[in-house]
Design a protein around this ligand. Structure first.
Ligand code: TYD
Ligand code: MG
Length: 453
């Protein structure tokens, strides 16, 4: 008899391995690999035929127009989706436990229902009465949302098939359990199979399905990454525990721009929209102080201003600290290296702490110049002028590379009362009224001009 084949799967990213190891080579997570019985393959069926028929792309234009996107009228939520919910699409909303996913999606379900969509909210984590209590606390008690408390996939699909809602929210994918699979709820096999069935249902029936997935640190529960490739749109709900701000970010979107963000504030009455995030992220800024630089960034389609904060202090450690919150630590190391090697500004023997105010995360390479400015300002103990914003990418040679959408960045900065911008010399931008533009070609001249070093 053939030896039964077992597979080892990473619960964080879903990668399969031939043998167990302590660390997943695919995603680098520790203690996430578990042994799982593989899905049975079934006998091969030879060549299949394309059900229906292949049709020319141009032929699609003559068919009826696709149904319009459904709007929740929560503007921040609709924008992250790319302008509303596409019927029949599958959306994953991931995030740390307790960050506010259930709150957001219950509010979204109520908003869709109030906007005339048929919305179903199925919780596998709370009883219907608990969901109703939460809805009442959020002031949504009267919204025409259908509630269900269910974990059996078969029953959920039967309900959805009977109701044919416009949008169904499943909270969460890790609690579902399919009787087709012999594995515990939350295992990679169950999560994948359940997601696959729900996504297939969405495409077949035109119901938009929103799946909630908890980010898991380690252990036996599969994380949302294992279903990312199956869905059309992947959104992550981010935020720092200590801050009340939450950011819904599109990591992948077949129907809209990726990297779009929606900004919310967690209040006693649920999540409320933040329509002017720049003002919010800069609100903690007081008098100009050393180590602070304002970055004019772009998040998706919208300009957002953020404050990069740096602290540089003598270190007592053999290898000094590099603590980075809200920025890519790899990029920060590169910028420190460029400052040392090209501009002769050493950071050896100094602890470096970097942070983005308000719990925001900045991924754009355009933030390089603002990071360098914050570091230099902290190191020299010289405050940058309060009216100045910066943006530009730093190359390894120390040259400054232009970045896209300069005009949008400048306009947003003017709106918030800034009157001077420092940007790469090669940036293609017309003047923006009320904004003095200082162009610099490389980091060395920036250091010289701004800090007189
Ligand atoms: P929840 O939506 O349950 O998180 P998740 O589904 O991502 O696990 O949110 C839980 C947190 O939100 C909890 O710590 C309390 C807080 N919260 C408020 O501050 N205000 C509210 O109105 C609600 C409903 C929750
Ligand atoms: Mg929840």
């Amino acid at each position: 008899m053939a030896k039964p084949i077992t597979a080892f799967t990473c619960t964080a990213c879903g990668a399969s391995h031939r043998k167990w190891s302590g660390r997943c080579e695919a995603c680098g997570a520790w203690n996430t690999i578990i042994e799982e019985a593989p899905l049975s393959q079934g006998p091969g069926r030879g060549l299949g035929t394309l059900k229906g028929k292949a049709i020319p792309l141009s032929g699609l234009a003559t068919q009826e127009a696709p149904p319009p996107r459904a709007q929740s009228r929560i503007a921040e939520f609709d924008r992250v989706l790319g302008g509303g919910l596409v019927p029949g699409s599958a959306i994953l909303v991931g995030g740390d436990p307790g960050i506010g996913k259930s709150t957001l999606l219950l509010q979204a379900a109520a908003a869709f229902a109030r906007a005339g969509q048929q919305a179903v909210y199925i919780s596998g984590e709370e009883a219907s009465a608990q969901v109703r209590m939460r809805a009442q606390r959020l002031g949504l008690g009267d919204a025409p949302v259908q509630l269900g408390a269910e974990t059996a996939l078969r029953d959920i699909l039967t309900t959805l098939d009977a109701e044919r809602p416009d949008v169904a929210i499943i909270d969460s994918i890790q609690t579902l359990w399919s009787d087709q699979i012999e594995a515990a709820p939350g295992s990679v096999a169950q999560v994948r199979a359940s997601a696959h069935e729900l996504v297939t249902f969405a495409k077949r029936r035109g119901t938009a399905i929103i799946l909630v997935g908890h980010v898991t640190k380690e252990g036996q529960i599969a994380g949302p990454r294992v279903v990312e490739h199956m869905v059309d749109t992947v959104l992550y709900f981010e935020g720092e525990r200590g801050h009340q701000f939450r950011i819904l970010r599109a990591h992948k979107n077949r129907f809209g721009p990726a990297d779009e963000i929606g900004v919310f504030e967690m209040t006693g009455g649920g999540l409320s929209e933040v329509t002017n995030p720049s003002a919010l992220f800069l609100s903690e800024r007081g008098q100009p102080h050393a180590g602070s630089a304002v970055f004019a960034g772009i998040e998706g389609t919208r300009p957002v201003l953020t404050e990069v904060q740096a602290l540089v202090a003598p270190s007592t450690l053999a290898s000094p600290r590099r603590t980075v919150v809200g920025l890519d630590s790899g990029r920060v190391s590169t910028i420190l290296a460029v400052l040392e090697a090209r501009c002769a500004v050493p950071f050896a023997g100094l602890d470096v702490f970097l942070n983005v105010a308000g719990g925001m995360r900045v991924h754009e390479p355009a933030a390089d110049l603002a990071i360098a400015a914050a570091l230099l300002s902290a190191r020299e103990d010289v405050a940058l002028p309060a009216d100045t914003v910066l943006f530009g990418e730093i190359s390894l040679s120390g040259a400054l590379r232009p970045v896209s959408q300069a005009e949008n960045r400048l306009k947003e900065a003017t709106k918030l009362g800034f009157s001077r911008a420092i940007l790469p010399a090669a940036t293609k931008v017309e003047g923006v009224s009320g904004m003095r533009v200082d162009r610099v070609s490389d980091l060395t001249s920036f250091v010289g001009e701004t800090f007189g070093a």
